[in-house]
Design a protein around this ligand. Sequence first.
Ligand SMILES: Cc1ncc(COP(=O)(O)O)c(C=O)c1O
Length: 396
Amino acid sequence: MDPAFIDRLSAQAESLDQAGLYKRERGIASGQGAAVRLADGREVLNLCANNYLGLANHPLLREAAHRAIDRYGYGVASVRFICGTQTIHRELEQRLAAFLGTEDALLYSSCFDANGGLFETVTDEQDVIISDALNHASIIDGIRLSRARRLRYANRDLASLEDCLRQARDARTRLVVTDGVFSMDGTIAPLAGICELAERYRAVVVVDDSHATGFLGATGRGSHEHCGVMGQVDLLTGTLGKALGGASGGYVAGPRAVIDWLRQRSRPYLFSNSIPPVVAATTLRVLDLLDSMPELRERLWANTRWFRQEMAALGFQLVAGEHPIVPIMLGEATLAGRLAERMLELGTYVVGFAYPVVPQGAARIRTQMSAAHERAQLQTAVASFAQAGRELGLIK
Ligand SMILES: Cc1ncc(COP(=O)(O)O)c(C=O)c1O
């Protein structure tokens, strides 16, 4: 071992810590839910999970998961194309495709892998990928793996996108890729405008709907349903790790020819284990519940409207919008950290986000609403924000 290697990384971590950017993970000793028990025994309200529909520890899913383990076992010890395809893996792909309104779908170990395995497999140097500036890290990394030319347009800016499309006129294929919902802001991509431009410039539209599938749109199909463009978004990527039960797993959904090609050549699909059968089977149960329990979505949206209204009335600076991601803007990383610490002392678990996850000087606390939150719990959280915000001089 070269000691200089260890010294360099230790010094880098130390300077992160001095800048208030060092992340410390907090142990949770209970299941995921509206409230959680921390490793030190404290029970706290939880406002930072992607558990939008409150399904992560729902009794119906626990029951489905137990049944699935009894029937299909724990793991498959194989990639899909060798002996890792159980009937439920294929059934889930077909059900996801039907739910999203596409011809087919392909499962990956995560949405990070789905985005990592999509772009290099369907493009080469003759193509151009046009990406929103605030797209998720997994899209950025996935595009880096491709040999296609890359162009970036300003966040949600249709004029900037059109400029890129003009520059890419000579390309064989133009791919426009955007998050459906931007995870640090909770803002929704202007998909109607994007699809209209894509039609005009003959581009393929790819949407990562990780923060939308299951609850955005009248029936929870996602941002394409919300924006009235189901059938016009060509490819969707998404996660099983958020609203759809919160375990892990991802997918690409789209035209059969694309999915077939990914199944042949996409590296994170070919060279990585199948998702555990318990996750496949339980996600099938989630898809049933999305149709049979619309009250989960209704509660999520009611909680979101109430919380946004109360926090704005207190004088906090929120990113405007309607999504259950409700960012409280603070600017300095250290301030976000101090507010999160004080909130925890007062009994509510929230997390500060700072550079490089968000731009320099745009540190924030990202709160996330859930259908699992009772109104009384949100009232407690808002009262704590009021107290902590006054103590830190953030509000009057
Ligand atoms: C927009 C977006 N895409 C992809 C991912 C990655 O999803 P997964 O956890 O399934 O890898 C996330 C999760 O943070 C996300 O927010």
